[in-house]
Design a protein around this ligand. Structure first.
Ligand SMILES: [Fe+2]
Length: 164
């Protein structure tokens, strides 16, 4: 059955909503276990607040198509599930695995928002685009932060391991 760009955008917005709910869960889980890494915890707390706003942006876009919050069903996507599973790991090096997972997740989100912007273009949903662009910028900033901090996080991990 052929689908118009409008319907494909709605599906994409729903998928992004599920993605952000999963991002929120991943970050909440990590934040509780980052006593040794206060900088990472602070950045995750900031991004957690941004993620709440991103969910509102998606709700706003969906509402423009007459889709209420209650109709948004957050289904787990397998690729995200795999990355989240990495973030569940309780191991001495979980800070490293979580950092790799966060790196993957943020880049996944960047591609998702870029794709949504294309769909919004094709669907003529101009009013939705500023919401998506705002979220894309935050994902890019978070991805850059993770990228720039792999070295320092790894060095902190070694110090924590040596002191244990
Ligand atoms: Fe994010």
């Amino acid at each position: 059955m052929p689908q118009d760009p409008r319907q494909l955008l709605i599906d994409g917005l729903r998928n992004a909503h599920a993605m952000e709910v999963q991002a929120r869960e991943m970050m909440e889980r990590q934040i509780g276990r980052l006593d040794s890494y206060p900088d990472v915890r602070a950045r995750l707390q900031t991004h957690l607040r941004e993620t709440e706003t991103q969910l509102q942006h998606l709700d706003t876009c969906l509402a423009e198509f007459g889709e209420s919050n209650s109709t948004v069903k957050d289904t787990t996507q397998s690729i995200m599930g795999n990355m989240a599973a990495l973030a569940h790991t309780v191991m001495p090096d979980e800070i490293l695995k979580n950092t790799f997972a966060n790196n993957a997740f943020e880049n996944f989100e960047i591609a998702a928002y870029k794709s949504l912007l294309s769909l919004a273009d094709l669907a003529g949903a101009a009013s939705c685009k500023p919401h998506l662009e705002a979220s894309l910028k935050e994902e890019q900033a978070m991805a850059a932060w993770v990228d720039q901090n792999v070295d320092s996080i790894t060095r902190s991990f070694v110090r924590v391991a040596e002191a244990a």
